[in-house]
Design a protein around this ligand. Structure first.
Ligand code: UGA
Length: 434
């Protein structure tokens, strides 16, 4: 099939590349000519494990193309994916100007029946808005389909190629058939394609992310309670996760959820509920808990130093909002760094992928080291903020030699508490006994 993908951000690139991988002819379009040129030369503008291999292969084999010319992209494409940004507007609601602007441009260019698919996370009713814009600017037949993505950064290729489910929201029979054919190679393992109406599909995406965020905030509150009653959140996680109705995944407590999706989507869903005169109480609590959890480690640090961290030097391991990404959007590390720097602390940080991004935002307020051990030189304590695999089994001899004091605040519960205590560490983690 011939496919156009409008927008070559994270979602657009993963979608375009993975659709080419099953034999489709895919043309990705972006207004940023410099970026298009870079991609035409085979350079991948984002970091995502496993994507580069597929990206290069599909370009080389002539299935994946790039252009800044929308007309060229639309010419032969039957299905047009919109993978455009929907940033939170000033009021917390998703800003649809990119999506609706693209719909208008597309309407003016199409000369035959097209299926226009929203891949970006968009509020309920967006498909209707797109339909209205298209109807205003074209007499051609078209269908608007909601097909939300459920890709996790870091494992997006796997999530796309072997999805748990595919949600397709449309009432148009022709579009339903085409979308079914397009996705058939991805559901070989029997995972379902779930067809529904557009509004249910749009809301499914927000409900999924908000439910997962709720699980996390719930576990973070359990962790906080564990510390007060002398219980261990790891045990609670195992104890409840083995119940199928609860499930093992997404029960890890830590320093709050971050990234470009959960914070934005929970906020947008709460806002959309409010607009519909519904007070979504759970979501408000989920956000409140996360706000507190993001800086809980700072509170622990301050408590340890009796409220005074001025002049203390802290090593930070991990800056990205989660491992296997260089993404620092809404990363707890940024909030923690901000609080500690404000309190007069000196910070030396290392992250395997996200250092450049942090430098652009935080600048020289902190120092950056080339490897994880250099960050420890003369530090009063180590703070672990992202659970990168390289931090899981560090060289403890180097740790001991370089740290000024054997003190670790672990926001990701990486080490065995008893082992740390036996090695003479003050080891404070989340929801476990100190
Ligand atoms: C999330 C969803 O998992 C995807 O299904 C969805 O498609 C995507 O948002 C999106 O809307 O585009 P992502 O933001 O890449 O994916 O990251 P996750 O792996 O879901 O992690 C989100 C945050 O939750 C991270 O800060 C992570 O540290 C935190 N988390 C996750 C926990 O604190 N505990 C857990 O048990 C799991």
């Amino acid at each position: 099939m011939k496919i156009a993908v409008v927008g070559t951000g994270y979602v657009g690139l993963v979608t375009g590349t993975c659709l080419a991988e099953t034999g489709n002819q895919v043309i990705c379009v972006d207004i940023n000519e410099k970026k298009v040129k870079m991609m035409q030369e085979g350079q991948l503008p984002i970091y995502e494990p496993g994507l580069e291999l597929l990206f290069t292969r599909n370009i080389t084999q002539g299935r994946l193309h790039f252009t800044s010319n929308l007309a060229e992209a639309l010419e032969e494409s039957k299905i047009i994916f919109l993978a455009l940004p929907t940033p939170p507007g000033g009021d917390g609601a998703a800003d649809l100007s990119y999506v609706l602007g693209a719909a208008k441009d597309i309407a003016k260019l199409i000369k035959e029946y097209k299926v226009i698919v929203t891949k970006s996370t968009v509020p309920v009713g967006t498909a209707d808005k797109i339909t209205a814009v298209l109807q205003e600017h074209t007499d051609m037949e078209f269908a608007v389909v909601s097909n939300p993505e459920f890709l996790r950064e870091g494992v997006a290729v796997e999530d796309f190629m072997k999805p748990d489910r595919i949600v397709i929201g449309t009432d148009d029979e022709r579009a339903r058939k085409l979308m079914g054919e397009l996705y058939a190679p991805y559901v070989r393992q029997g995972n379902p394609i779930i067809y529904m109406d557009q509004r249910s599909s749009e809301l499914t995406k927000y409900a999924a992310n908000s439910f997962l965020a709720t699980k996390i905030s719930f576990m973070n509150e359990i962790a906080n309670l564990c510390e007060l009653v002398g219980a261990d959140v790891d045990m609670i996680r195992r104890g409840i996760g083995s119940d199928d109705r609860i499930g093992r995944r997404f029960l890890f407590s830590g320093i709050g959820y971050g990234g470009s999706c959960f914070p934005k989507d929970v906020q947008a869903l709460a806002k959309s509920a409010k607009e519909n005169n519904y007070d979504f109480k759970i979501l408000n609590a989920v956000m409140d808990v996360n706000d507190i959890q993001r800086t809980i480690l700072v509170e622990k640090v301050k408590q340890y130093y009796q409220g005074n961290v001025k002049g203390k030097k802290f090593a930070i391991w991990g800056l990205a909002f989660k491992p296997e990404t260089d993404d620092i959007r809404e990363a707890p590390a940024l909030y923690i760094i901000d609080e500690l720097v404000k309190a007069g602390a000196i910070i030396s940080a290392f992250d395997p992928e996200a250092m450049e991004n942090v430098k652009n935002v935080v600048g020289d307020k902190i120092t950056y080291t080339d490897n994880q051990y250099d960050a420890l030189d003369g530090a009063d304590a180590l703070l672990i903020l992202t659970e990168w695999s390289v931090f899981r089994t560090p060289d403890f001899d180097q740790l001991e030699a370089k740290l000024k004091a054997k003190v670790i605040f672990d926001g990701r519960n990486l080490y065995d508490i008893q082992k740390m205590i036996d090695c003479g560490y003050y080891y404070n983690s989340i929801g476990r006994k100190v």
